[in-house]
Design a protein around this ligand. Structure first.
Ligand SMILES: *[C@@H]1O[C@H](CO)[C@@H](O)[C@H](O)[C@H]1NC(C)=O
Ligand SMILES: *[C@@H]1O[C@H](CO)[C@@H](O)[C@H](O)[C@H]1NC(C)=O
Length: 390
């Protein structure tokens, strides 16, 4: 009793007697280390979202195209979780605005921000057709032929510019609304050779093939019509990024890459050890279960470039996996055997199984890229759907 009291007194005195200079140095390095962990953690988090640096926002955030907002709401619920994994063919949808703002119905989309490794699945030109001006509404034509051409480099010694027909369609003269033309082949050729991107040309002709009054058939332009009706290129691509899904890991455990580990929780420093071991004892009493873990993009400092969601619930798995493991613990056979060996104490150093996610869902992000184009991207394995003892 007395010796214990002496030891405690001795420990206390060494703590008090610690020189203050040393103490200051310690806090400095701890702060430094915390800062380093913080920036490293954010870098790794960006990597999870497939980026090297956060997109640079020039000034105020623009209004994202309605088409992209509608698409996001179709594929994702309010938390960004994918409603139906089969809705999108690839994992990325990119929108681009016309850079030319030409008087003619001519467009140019800058695709230099798209990685060469991204596979183009479908590319669409979205044009908003306006109603004819009232003064011209009496007209003998009821239909017009709209054709979309890819502009090609003019051949040597040939003044007229070459062009290749991509899509053509008959439209009622008095119609109004969005028209979508498939231009996948042209975009694939631009992706293969950026220099060959000379843009697109749209022509309007009568059924007889003669030119039509440009006041009669009008498309909204980026120049003098509302932003929401701007001509747009929509690109459906796949970046080939697929996290090792849990099913695959079980099927072929040979060469599946380890999921990215986030160093979000820095290793506890000396002083926190006792608090942590208390925590640990709590875990022991609580059976393995799924608990909330809200990832707030505003807190992380990303709300400037992420349109939706504001954050999402990733959930986390916590709790013990003691013997006997019931079916509600969703144990693998391996976990069941391990918990039995642990309970029987047949082999030294065998712990109880771990409480981990056993089903993961993907989330969707709607964001502005470096060029202020709006991108919708799907990320696999982001939300713990359920937890189990493994
Ligand atoms: C496309 O955008 C990049 C920057 O994002 C720029 O360097 C390049 O000059 C642009 N290309 C054209 C043809 O405007
Ligand atoms: C120029 O190109 C047009 C169509 O691209 C073609 O019909 C014409 O024969 C060409 N002329 C010459 C001199 O190559």
């Amino acid at each position: 009793m007395l010796t214990a009291a002496l030891i405690i007194a001795a420990l206390a005195s060494t703590v008090i007697a610690r020189p203050s200079k040393n103490h200051l140095e310690n806090t400095f390095t701890i702060e430094d280390e915390a800062k380093e962990v913080h920036s490293e953690a954010l870098k790794r988090l960006l990597e999870v979202f497939g980026m090297e640096a956060p997109p640079h926002m020039h000034g105020l955030q623009k209004q994202p195209p309605q088409y992209m907002l509608d698409l996001y709401n179709t594929v994702a619920d309010v938390d960004g979780v994918t409603k139906d994994p089969d809705l999108l063919e690839g994992n990325t949808v990119r929108s681009f605005f016309d850079k030319l703002h030409s008087e003619q119905i001519q467009f140019m989309f800058n695709l230099s921000n798209v990685a060469r490794t991204e596979k183009v699945l479908t590319a669409e030109l979205h044009l908003f057709k306006l109603r004819p001006l009232a003064s011209l509404s009496f007209n003998r034509h009821h239909f017009c032929q709209i054709s979309v051409y890819q502009l090609l480099e003019s051949k040597q010694g040939n003044a007229s510019q070459g062009k290749k027909l991509l899509a053509s369609r008959l439209l009622p003269v008095h119609s109004s609304g969005w028209e979508v033309f498939s231009i996948t082949q042209a975009v694939r050729s631009w992706m293969a050779d950026e220099g060959s991107n000379l843009g697109l040309l749209v022509t309007v002709r009568t059924l007889g093939g003669s030119h039509m009054d440009s006041k009669l058939i009008r498309f909204a332009s980026g120049r003098n019509h509302h932003q929401s009706k701007q001509p747009m290129l929509v690109l459906f691509t796949d970046d080939g990024r697929r996290a090792a899904s849990l099913k695959n890991t079980l099927k072929d455990s040979s060469d599946t890459p380890a999921p990215p580990s986030l160093p979000l929780a820095p290793k506890p420093l000396g002083g926190q050890r006792s608090a942590r071991s208390l925590d640990y004892e709590d875990d022991q009493q609580m059976p393995c279960q799924r608990l909330p873990l809200y990832v707030d993009f505003e807190e992380i400092g990303w709300s400037g470039w992420i349109v939706s969601p504001r954050g999402y619930n990733a959930y986390h798995c916590k709790g013990s996996c003691p013997f006997p493991l019931g079916q509600n613990m969703r144990p693998t056979n391996h976990a069941t055997v391990q918990s039995i060996i642990n309970a029987l104490k047949l082999t030294k150093g065998i712990e109880t199984p771990c409480c981990v996610p056993d089903k993961l869902f993907s989330i969707n992000l709607l964001y502005f890229d470096d060029d202020e184009n709006v991108v919708l991207k799907q990320y696999d394995d982001m939300v713990a759907g359920s937890c189990g003892c493994h």
